[in-house]
Design a protein around this ligand. Sequence first.
Ligand SMILES: Nc1ncnc2c1ncn2[C@@H]1O[C@H](COP(=O)(O)OP(=O)(O)OP(=O)(O)O)[C@@H](O)[C@H]1O
Length: 265
Amino acid sequence: MAADLPPEVACRGLAKTYDAGAPVEAVRPLDLTFAAGRTTALLGPSGCGKSTVLRMIAGLEEPTAGEVRIGGETPLELRRRAGLAMAFQEAALLPWRSVASNIGLALTLARRRADPEAVQRLIALVGLEGFEQRRPAELSGGMRQRAAIARCLVTEPGLLLLDEPFGSVDEQTRLRLNLDLPRLWQERGTTAILVTHSVSEAVLLSDRVVVFSPRPATVLADIAIDLPQPRRAGMVREARFLDLVDQISASLAESEPAARPLAAQ
Ligand SMILES: Nc1ncnc2c1ncn2[C@@H]1O[C@H](COP(=O)(O)OP(=O)(O)OP(=O)(O)O)[C@@H](O)[C@H]1O
């Protein structure tokens, strides 16, 4: 049972301009609603503002304008009661703790009772059996990412935010995680928002894909992924999957700034 009812996430007029000497407009006022219990992928060219949007939803970045409401609460209110979990590119595990202890710690921090069985189940699911007692420094980058994802899932959050969660994971493991992990959070009805650079990963994982323009991020395309759940490995060769990948790749290609000589970038 999920500890929380999955929330709807509403971004209203959400905007961010960084003050980096000169102002950097990262996100232009954005109105987006993420339906409760659904998985949405955010795609767009590098530097367009995807992580900024995710970090504002997580309450890690203060918007310049607008607001985020998660089932009526602010991100900080939700975080305070551990209703939100996030895994970002750099898997921030505590270096002096083992894999099992890092995952178990998420339960302690969320003031939940220890649950070694749940920790072990997730370790098996992300393929880290046999590495329970290893410290993060003894793992590969991809293994650390998998441990960080297990740590996110153990508290059964209502909202899951993933920023390039499988960036350092090898292709084979990535395909398996792309199929197994969403099943886990979708069965619990979790609302999930993820940032990825992989179009096929976005289609395989999500119910909806939002394509952003180059910075400042605005929505260029908003595409429902009407493939049946749960997704299967064979789907990546089916016509509808390939159609969706084509359609999204075309939107992305339109969104890419015209090629410029490297020296001008
Ligand atoms: N703390 C910051 N201070 C100043 N500028 C920033 C800061 N964080 C991000 N930016 C700028 O805001 C823009 C959007 O960055 P962001 O990380 O959100 O993009 P992204 O789409 O997630 O990129 P990528 O796909 O390459 O990870 C970039 O131009 C970046 O340089």
